[in-house]
Each structure stands twice: as C-alpha cells, then as structure tokens.
Write a new protein. Structure first.
Length: 88
C-alpha cells in the first residue's frame, strides 16, 4: 500500500484511515479525519488507544510524558461511544 507523505513535514508517511481503524476499531469518518489531521504516527495512535482503553494504569509514568498528537488523538477517542463506556 502506498502512503501519502505527511502534509506538514513531507517526510513521514501519513497514517491511513485503514490503519487507524485497524488500531482503534470502527470510527466515524469525521473522527478518522480528525486523527489524521493531528499528524500522529501509528505508535502515537496506539499509545492514545491504550489510554482510552483504560490501560494507562499499567503504563506507569508513560502518561506523564504524553504530549502533542498523543493527547489530541486521546481526546478524539474519548468522545467515541466505545471508549466513553469505560468511564462509567
């Protein structure tokens, strides 16, 4: 699969909608586009998804270092019903 270059840096491949859905599960097109717009890497999306799934408790200090795209993706995922249920 050919990946487009990242719109801001031009050097990192842009994450595809298919990759995002593979990591976090079904999302609305708007949320997928919002995640792409953050410029997050696959690793950053995986980290944000782990947080949203409530795995941050076992990650220790990792949550204290999250910034930028990880936090942006996390915020997007927390508004998704699948992840919002975990807050109850």
């Amino acid at each position: 699969m050919v990946q487009a270059k990242h719109p801001e840096t031009g050097d990192k491949p842009q994450v595809t909608a298919e990759q995002i859905i593979d990591i976090v599960g079904p999302l609305t097109d708007a949320r997928v586009m919002a995640i792409i717009a953050t410029g997050a890497t696959i690793e950053q999306i995986e980290e944000a998804a782990a947080w949203a799934d409530g795995e941050s408790d076992v990650m220790g200090d990792l949550r204290l270092r999250a910034t930028g795209p990880v936090v942006a993706v996390y915020d997007i995922l927390r508004t998704e019903e699948k992840y919002a249920e975990d807050r109850d």
